[in-house]
Design a protein around this ligand. Structure first.
Ligand SMILES: Cc1cc2nc3c(=O)[nH]c(=O)nc-3n(C[C@H](O)[C@H](O)[C@H](O)COP(=O)(O)OP(=O)(O)OC[C@H]3O[C@@H](n4cnc5c(N)ncnc54)[C@H](O)[C@@H]3O)c2cc1C
Length: 550
């Protein structure tokens, strides 16, 4: 920029924008994980998405979509009720790019080794670009698991749900080139405890078997992507809580019988619409058996919880990339910040956290690709574990990465401010922290062999690191206790996650990086602020590995 002629100042010593970078090819650890977990066949596609998501254009779209959040339009100009949501064009372009990358569908359209891992990487990349669109991506992806309980409905909608097209028209699903699927479960009085659902459903005819039509009356307090073409919801029926699939628009073109009350004004995820809704005889079809709705939802939650763990890892990755970029260009006290010993420790510590979260998320995506029982058992216990811990670490990582930017990080021009507002969200939806830790305990209780499978996974690196060996010994004692003692759940799940990540780092990362992780997360150092453990990290080696450059 030519500032000639301004007497007040020259602009220098600003870090510039990290953009137009392929976020896949430039991420050394990510490429290693892709190969380690059998997704290398997807590399061309991942590179393409890495380039798109890392572009200055997508950064601009994300900024625009978040600065011009969606608006609810309840009525048309004649007074007819329409209940539509109006978006900035940037949202639709982002949706087209994201659905075009198959981040919602690849695991289902390419059923081969590594397909959940490849899809997970697409999600990891999009979570570095724009988090709002990751909500419809994730729900559409996970809906497949619930829809499989209703084969007729699944067959009818599958081609459009798995299509790589975003069709922005808010109209009846027939004839659309692609569909999005939402989920409306949470009511005012209950989110975690869905057994308290008050919405009621009555059969529309004498047939009340799977696929039958019901009419729902009640409300939902959170309903994201309310412009969805289809959405899953829960309602009380004579035999308990049941799961339903509703259309947004009925075959005759009218809006299904729902009223969007308002859109939530949210702390983050502002590009995406989240609404409050009332059902006034909403037409919906029964999914699976009547009274078994929570079970169907929990199967889906297994996927969305994994998605939260991967999303959190993506968010941390972007925050760390930005921090490394900034400190590599900014000079203070005659030296680049990255060359200042204390800053180097902070940034290296952040990079360790982000890399370990990436390995954890993708290793668990691999459990969905495997068909053997041990992998499924491991996933059942370790997916909620990963969701809990990656989501807990994200706000801390993002806040510290923001601070690495000094004042610039706190200003809306920079994407750090958006990441900061986004950071707590994955920890809330799809089961908040305590609920998730209790789910790990439940998984261990309901499958007595699950603890053994988990410990065996840790034992694959037995003897590699003394801190990890000691941690595994501790877990052998604490896992059985977790099944009896709810109050200890957070501390045990945190220990599990740190040990699991350490195991993955020892298996896959360079020795000095892995040892640094073990020493700071499992060793005798303090677990306080990043860079403050008292263990001196091999900072340059860790930072060089994590650096993304344009
Ligand atoms: C931006 C956004 C979008 C959302 N979109 C959707 C959506 O599209 N569809 C949808 O259905 N929902 C959606 N939600 C809602 C979300 O899923 C719920 O907020 C979440 O499940 C928590 O439920 P709750 O808010 O009722 O909290 P509560 O269930 O009241 O929980 C409050 C706290 O208590 C803790 N807690 C609960 N039970 C226990 C226990 N037994 N022991 C210890 N602690 C416990 C929880 O961990 C939590 O920290 C969205 C939320 C947000 C913020």
């Amino acid at each position: 920029m030519d500032n000639a002629g301004y007497a007040t100042h020259d602009v220098y010593n600003q870090s510039g924008t990290l953009a137009d970078v392929d976020l896949f090819s430039n991420d050394m650890a990510l490429r290693e994980a892709c190969r380690a977990f059998g997704a290398d066949w997807a590399e061309d596609r991942l590179r393409k998405t890495g380039g798109i998501v890392g572009s200055a254009h997508v950064q601009q779209l994300a900024r625009d979509a978040n600065r011009s959040p969606p608006e609810l339009r309840t009525h048309d100009r004649f007074g007819n009720r329409i209940d539509e949501v109006h978006f900035h064009p940037a949202w639709h372009e982002l949706m087209s790019l994201a659905f075009g990358s198959e981040a919602h569908s690849l695991a289902w359209t390419e059923p081969r080794r590594g397909s959940h891992v490849a899809r997970g990487i697409l999600s990891y990349l999009w979570n570095q670009g724009e988090n709002g669109v990751c909500c419809p991506l994730s729900m559409t992806f996970a809906s497949v698991s619930a829809l499989r309980h209703a084969p007729n409905l699944f067959d009818r909608w599958k081609p459009q749900i798995l299509s790589d097209r975003h069709d922005p028209r808010q109209r009846v699903a027939e004839g659309k080139s692609g569909l999005t699927v939402g989920m409306a479960m949470t009511e005012k009085q209950c989110g975690s405890d869905l057994r308290q659902t008050q919405t009621v459903a009555k059969p529309a005819s004498a047939d009340n078997g799977p696929g039958s039509l019901w009419l729902l009356t009640g409300h939902k307090w959170f309903f994201s992507v309310p412009q969805s073409d289809l959405f899953l919801t829960l309602a009380r029926t004579p035999n308990g809580i049941s799961c339903f699939l509703a259309r947004g628009w009925l075959p005759d073109g009218r809006r299904n019988r729902l009223k969007l009350q308002r859109l939530k004004e949210k702390c983050g995820n502002r590009s995406n619409a989240s609404s409050e809704v009332e059902f006034h005889g909403l037409e919906a079809e029964l999914i699976g058996e009547e009274g078994r709705g929570i079970r169907a939802i929990l199967e889906m939650a297994h996927l969305t919880r994994m998605e939260c763990a991967i999303s959190a890892a993506g968010l941390m990755r972007q925050a760390v990339s930005q921090a490394i970029h900034h400190v590599s260009h900014r000079v203070a006290f005659q030296r680049r910040l990255v060359d200042q010993p204390l800053m180097a420790q902070v940034v290296a510590d952040l990079a360790l956290e982000a890399e370990a979260a990436m390995w954890m998320g993708l290793r668990l995506a691999a459990t969905l690709d495997a068909h053997d029982e041990a992998e499924q058992r491991l996933g059942r216990v370790a997916i909620p574990m990963a969701k809990y811990w990656a989501c807990k670490r994200t706000p801390a990582v993002v806040a510290e990465a923001l601070e690495c930017h000094g004042g610039n990080g706190f200003i809306e021009d920079h994407l750090m401010a958006r990441l900061y507002r986004e950071a707590p969200l994955n920890g809330i939806w799809e089961g908040s922290g305590n609920v998730i830790c209790l789910d790990v305990a439940r998984a261990l209780r309901s499958d007595p062999e699950a603890a053994e499978v988990f410990l065996q996974e840790l034992h694959t690196v037995k003897g590699f690191d003394r801190w990890l060996d000691a941690a595994v010994g501790g877990l052998a004692d604490s896992l059985p206790k977790l099944t009896r003692d709810e109050a200890s759940a957070r501390s045990v799940v945190e220990d599990m996650a740190n040990a699991f990540q350490a195991m993955l780092m020892l298996r896959h990362a360079p020795a000095d990086v892995a040892e640094a992780f073990c020493a700071t997360r499992l060793g005798s150092g303090r677990h306080g602020a990043f860079g403050g453990s008292g263990v001196m990290l091999p900072a340059q080696s860790i930072i060089d590995r994590a650096r993304v450059t344009n």
